[in-house]
Design a protein around this ligand. Sequence first.
Ligand code: 5GP
Length: 175
Amino acid sequence: MNYRIENLIDKEAVEKRIKELAREIEKDYAGEEVYCVGLLKGSVIFLSDLVKEINIPVIIDFMSVSSYGSETVSSGDVKILKDTDLDLRGKHVLIVEDIIDTGLTLEYVIKYFKEGKGVKSLRTCTLLNKPERRKVDVKVDYIGFDVPDKFVIGYGLDYDQKYRNLPYIAVVIPE
Ligand code: 5GP
């Protein structure tokens, strides 16, 4: 496919918003420590920048879930490829995502945490949110930016495994 890339959210705006999210998180978890669980691989860049800005104790862990490629695939098809390493029982857990699209992945992960991990509290944080495409009513506590229903890349998000290292958010436009 021939395509071009168009900037959507510049580096400075992303950095500014991440600082704002960090302030909110610090305030909400004041006096506590928070276990930030990033969903691989998309959340890696966002998570690293976010935790650097959070001035309360932060512990990092990762999880990898399979993402389905088509709208027709049901939530039952979400699979855990790598579980968290740490014991999260009795901990405040913040799930960190790159983008919430249909919400099916996050819905699955939330259910998995609530049913099996015995966490003290569970919140969710995403850099990007595509509200137009939502299929399930999933609670997202911290949202960086709402984006239009377009394929976005950069800041951890890939197109065919590339562009994760772009320091800004862009849109892939087929030509
Ligand atoms: P959901 O389960 O909410 O539909 O999908 C979430 C996952 O789909 C994200 O973690 C991401 O991997 C992928 N995804 C959804 N929309 C986009 C997009 O616009 N760009 C990229 N690169 N990935 C996306």
